[in-house]
Write a new protein. Structure first.
Length: 317
């Protein structure tokens, strides 16, 4: 299925005219907090009633590794199983406090979901064009952006810190997936033996810039008072495997190698370890973080339980 219209990220402006009222105190172009909905699967475009029972079973495993070259791990990940929420944050390498930024991002998002603190005093529905569950994810990401920005301005030693973020919120009773994304950490989907990258990197190269600046981020969490969040809306199927990862994986191995590992190793824990080992074997120049999320049909689990019960009864007889 084809991705629908995508708004390209604007490239942040640094410096500028001191008399421009649209600039913040650092000279960055002032940007309103926003969420850009992107319908990835045609099936996800039509809203459906929420089922009284789960239509999907979600299980996940996360692992992180410092890699071969970095002394410090600036990646951080979140597996909030009770909310079907998963995230990978990659603190900006070479900047002060990258590890602080990534940790603050995932902690802020986790707290927003645990406390259900998505509504601010200014608006009851910050993103009226986005489904509620997606809007809540976008609000939590904006809260993370604000927390990092304020912390960096409060502590001189942390000036300039930031992080990428890729997050996935599943709705098993509605059979929907909401992916909130800023930066170049990625989300992939393995379906019917084909691996697809669902996110688009927010880099200068993706925005059309060539040369030495092409790999530089065009968007990150915590650099400006507000951030534009890509919100991908998809429909997960039983049998899908979703991979959230930092660029320490995607830049150290190939698309084909990732697919082959996921196909060869059905166990998520072993597969995530194999992905990390592959990235390290490729040079391990950055921290490596992966979360693997497997989607199953509840009926399959019920059938397995029934078979196990019947087998146990036959053995007892």
């Amino acid at each position: 299925m084809l991705q629908s219209t995508i708004k390209r990220a604007s490239i942040p402006s640094y410096g500028g005219d001191d008399d421009d009222d649209d600039d913040d105190d650092d000279g960055h172009e002032r940007e309103e907090p926003s969420a850009v909905p992107i319908i990835y699967d045609d099936e996800a475009a039509v809203d459906e009633p929420t089922s009284s029972s789960p239509l999907l079973l979600i299980s996940a495993v996360g692992q992180t590794d410092p890699g071969q070259k970095r002394k410090k791990n600036e990646d951080c990940y979140l597996c909030l199983d009770e909310h079907y929420l998963f995230a990978v944050a990659d603190g900006m390498g070479g900047h002060a406090g990258g590890d602080v930024a990534s940790r603050l991002a995932v902690d802020t998002i986790a707290r927003a979901f645990k406390d259900q603190s998505f509504v601010d005093s200014d608006a009851e529905s910050p993103y009226p064009d986005v489904p509620r569950r997606g809007s809540e994810l976008a609000v939590a990401i904006q809260q993370a952006n604000q927390a990092i920005y304020e912390r960096a301005h409060a502590e001189r030693s942390l000036t300039g810190m930031g992080t990428t973020l890729v997050s996935a919120r599943f709705s098993p009773n509605k059979q929907r997936l909401y992916i909130g994304h800023v930066g170049d950490s990625r989300c992939y989907r393995l379906r019917d033996n084909e691996l697809t990258q669902l996110t688009t990197d927010h880099t200068m190269g993706a925005a059309g810039i060539t040369g030495p600046m092409a790999n530089h981020l065009s968007r990150a969490i915590g650099i400006s008072p507000a951030v534009k969040v890509d919100l991908i809306i998809a429909r997960p199927h039983p049998g899908d495997v979703y991979l959230l990862c930092s660029d320490g994986l995607s830049k150290m191995t190939t698309h084909e190698a990732i697919r082959d590992i996921l196909l060869a190793e059905p166990d998520p824990e072993k597969a995530s370890q194999a992905l990390i080992e592959k990235a390290n074997a490729g040079g391990g120049r950055d921290n490596i973080t992966v979360i693997l999320v497997r989607v199953s049909d509840p009926k399959d689990l019920a059938r397995l339980a029934s078979r196990a019960g019947a087998s146990a009864g036959a053995s007892a007889g």
